[in-house]
Design a binder for this molecule. Structure first.
Ligand SMILES: O=P(O)(O)OC[C@H]1O[C@H](OP(=O)(O)OP(=O)(O)O)[C@H](O)[C@@H]1O
Ligand code: HPA
Ligand SMILES: [Mg+2]
Length: 179
């Protein structure tokens, strides 16, 4: 990892504080109910691991893997399911957990698919929201940080599969990908 390529936007401590806040809000809103938490691989895996430990409700986990970016910083515009959910979501309260909503295409595609499977409810929790780049209607219910139009890495987010393990949320310098 080359630290000259990145600038810290939110530290690991700031992220934990925000994730605790989101966990409290979700626990409050669904009090007395149970949740099926659906993580979108791979980017959401770290956020999901931290978030579920802050949700004080009975819950189950499942994962779906879609891809639209490949090794680029711009969405290809085409979303493909690489791995579907293991369990039925019929009659369940589904909470989709996503690391970032950028063009909104991934989330729009996934919510449309899941809504057709007769869940009791579908809500979305995303850590980062980049509304300036939206191309599809995607309305997250729980948002951690609203961020500017920068390419972000760290805390699960990658550029060309690098930086996912970095503990802070960072801006990737454009000189890295504008070649
Ligand atoms: O709002 P959008 O423009 O669709 O972008 C957001 C999606 O793009 C990234 O995933 P990606 O498809 O790169 O796969 P990954 O999670 O495995 O990194 C990110 O994790 C979100 O899932
Ligand atoms: O800013 C981003 N960083 C990493 N992955 C992404 N996928 C969409 N936007 C981003
Ligand atoms: Mg993703």
């Amino acid at each position: 990892m080359n630290l000259d390529e990145i600038t810290v936007l939110y530290t690991a401590e700031e992220i934990q504080e925000k994730v605790c806040e989101m966990g409290r809000a979700i626990s409050f809103d669904y009090e007395g109910e149970s949740l099926l938490v659906v993580g979108i691989l791979k980017g959401a895996f770290i956020f999901m691991a931290d978030l579920v430990r802050q949700i004080k409700l009975p819950l189950q986990l499942d994962f779906i893997d879609v891809s639209s970016y490949g090794n680029s910083t711009v969405s290809s515009g085409e979303v493909r399911i690489m791995k579907d959910l293991e369990y039925s979501i019929k009659g369940k309260n589904v909470l989709i957990v996503e690391d970032i909503v950028d063009s909104g295409l991934t989330l729009y595609y996934i919510t449309e698919i899941l809504k057709k499977r007769s869940p009791q409810s579908v809500r979305i929790a995303c850590l980062l929201d980049k509304p300036s780049r939206r191309k599809s209607p995607a309305y997250p219910d729980y948002v951690g940080f609203t961020i500017p139009d920068e390419f972000i890495v760290g805390y699960g987010l990658d550029y060309d599969e690098k930086y996912r393990e970095y503990p802070d949320i960072c801006i990737l310098k454009p000189s890295v990908y504008e070649k």
